[in-house]
Design a protein around this ligand. Structure first.
Ligand SMILES: C[S@@+](CC[C@H](N)C(=O)[O-])C[C@H]1O[C@@H](n2cnc3c(N)ncnc32)[C@H](O)[C@@H]1O
Length: 200
């Protein structure tokens, strides 16, 4: 049972989350040459806020998550919208294999901070990408540990551009780009959200 199972019921009710995924989606569309025949992985897809933004541009998206509640919500949304190119995939990103030379691009929103060993995980993503494939990961910039009201399962208080660039290089990615795509206002503070892009 994941703590996200309960959160899934109200996840999309927070307008800042919907707005954040939209801004991330826009930046992905502007920075990656998405194609109609592409097969994509969205890791930590949740209810699919980012997945649904990107799906009209590509052939198919594997929406991977280890919360049954999140994936049920995503399936319900796809059914209601008549969308058939999103495949919900129940997997633990840290433990399970994600395949080899399989995806044209890998995208993600607000999930990397839940992954303990980022370099090992990025290496797994590199293996799952086809040669020349793109990676585009959005998450919080370095924060003071006060973004989440409960830090259980939060292994990183955001990431700096420098550490992420090193992680990307170590995992075999090139052409690193880093941009701030949104700012979330919470706790009377501003939390910048970045999009990091690389290529295999
Ligand atoms: C903060 S939410 C982001 C959801 C969605 N991408 C969005 O932007 O609304 C993080 C998601 O990552 C998933 N997650 C966290 N750790 C995971 C793991 N080890 N394996 C698979 N999914 C994981 C959670 O279940 C949750 O749906």
């Amino acid at each position: 049972m994941s703590r996200f199972d309960e959160l899934a019921k109200i996840w999309d009710e927070a307008s800042y989350r919907v707005e954040n995924a939209k801004k991330i989606g826009q930046a992905i569309v502007e920075n990656i040459p998405l194609k109609e025949n592409w097969e994509i992985l969205d890791f930590g897809a949740g209810t699919g806020l980012l997945t649904f933004y990107i799906q009209p541009y590509v052939k198919a998206i594997d929406a991977v998550d280890n919360s049954k509640g999140m994936l049920e919500k995503l399936e319900e949304k796809a059914k209601n919208a008549g969308v058939s190119n999103i495949n919900p995939v129940f997997k633990d990103l840290e433990k399970d294999d994600l395949g080899e030379n399989k995806y044209d691009a890998i995208i993600s929103s607000m999930t990397l901070h839940h992954i303990k060993d980022v370099v090992s995980f990025l290496k797994k993503l590199n293996k799952a990408l086809k040669d020349g494939g793109y990676i585009a990961i959005a998450d919080l910039e370095k924060e003071e540990g006060d973004f989440h009201s409960d830090n259980e399962g939060v292994y990183h208080f955001g990431f700096s551009k420098e550490e992420l660039e090193n992680y990307f290089k170590e995992a075999g990615f090139k052409d690193f780009k880093f941009m701030i795509v949104n700012k979330i206002y919470k706790n009377n503070k501003e939390y910048p959200v970045f999009l990091a892009v690389g290529k295999k």
